[in-house]
Design a protein around this ligand. Sequence first.
Ligand code: FAD
Ligand code: FES
Length: 236
Amino acid sequence: MELKAPGIARSARPGQFIMVRPPHGSDPLLPRPFSIHDARDGSVSILYRVVGRGTELLSGLGKGQALAVTGPLGRGFPIRAGNYRPALVAGGMGLAPMPFLAKKLAALGRIPKILYGCRTKGELLGPSTLGAVIATDDGSCGRRGLVTGLLEEELCRAGSCRVFACGPWAMLRQVSLLCQKSQVPCQVSLEARMACGLGACQGCAVRGVHGGYLSVCSDGPVFDSRLIDWEQEPPL
Ligand SMILES: Cc1cc2nc3c(=O)[nH]c(=O)nc-3n(C[C@H](O)[C@H](O)[C@H](O)COP(=O)(O)OP(=O)(O)OC[C@H]3O[C@@H](n4cnc5c(N)ncnc54)[C@H](O)[C@@H]3O)c2cc1C
Ligand code: FES
């Protein structure tokens, strides 16, 4: 879905998100967070899957309808120039922020490798998967197995690598573990249920490895993977 929002498009960075409120009064009450899939020419786009009331309402909107949108919010992926191989690891809907990130990395001369995992071919997210190395749990597309298997191979290659990951908690936990073993810098984008999206309600807290809590919406959603206590219950 493409949204005309010149202010957001101008300042958006990969990994940041927007809070979107469908135009139906108080139903649902709270806005919903979505990663910025791309930003250009005064518009931002989001890529979403219908899972409940909010996304169902979004999917029924026609062209030109107005929406309440706040953003860009949160801390995005830190992107640096330098001599490294970026590996983008996405699981399921975690693919959503990757095209924007890949575009910005490419502009710095760092062409990323995108590793994308899904349960089955039917869950692959259309044209956004172009150029990605794919793994499916059932082998119906690409390699049979988990996307973390593809990452293990990538980490064995020579040269310095940096990992940027977005997807379900279990995948991010394993990505973090593999990167720590290989001493590869790793940034993860976390998901949590969000109410305010602004760091005010504490609804999206995750436990940090040094004790204390981090707000996914305002300290993240992107974190250095070493800052997260991966032994806690997943926030979703
Ligand atoms: C920072 C961030 C970025 C996100 N980016 C995207 C994106 O780019 N595309 C996209 O499709 N979704 C994204 N999500 C998830 C999206 O916000 C939820 O899918 C959405 O809020 C569901 O709203 P709903 O009213 O349709 O469903 P609800 O009625 O609120 O919930 C329906 C079902 O979806 C599950 N659910 C609710 N929230 C989430 C969530 N955050 N993650 C996974 N499952 C959830 C619930 O447990 C429930 O089973 C993101 C979430 C966060 C925190
Ligand atoms: S959603 Fe309110 S603090 Fe994060």
